[in-house]
Design a protein around this ligand. Structure first.
Ligand code: FES
Length: 99
């Protein structure tokens, strides 16, 4: 379990699988989710094995999520925005922005 070291002083609200989460403005999506106990960000297509962030620098692609309906986005490379809706990524759906 990851723990936030500083208190949230610029709170925004995001959603993960319809669960309301309070995050700090400027957090990466990965950091915001990890500090609230979410560790499984995607599932491998064939086995449903859960996967989560590993490198936090954009290299491993283990943190892929769906953000506001757009799949295959790296949670460690995107900043939270108020009202953002994040969903578990199931497999690689193709056609998304991996940046
Ligand atoms: S955690 Fe490795 S690319 Fe995001």
């Amino acid at each position: 379990m990851f723990k936030r070291l500083l208190t949230i002083d610029k709170p925004i609200e995001i959603y993960f699988e319809d669960r309301l989460i309070s995050a700090q403005q400027g957090d990466s999506v990965a950091a915001a989710l990890l500090t609230t106990g979410v560790v499984a960000f995607r599932q491998i297509e064939r086995s449903d094995e859960p996967r989560g962030p590993y490198c936090m620098i954009g290299n491993c692609f283990e943190c892929l999520v769906e953000i506001d309906g757009k799949p295959n986005l790296q949670a460690c490379q995107h900043r939270v925005q108020d009202g953002m809706k994040i969903r578990l990524q199931r497999g690689f759906t193709g056609g998304g922005d991996a940046s």
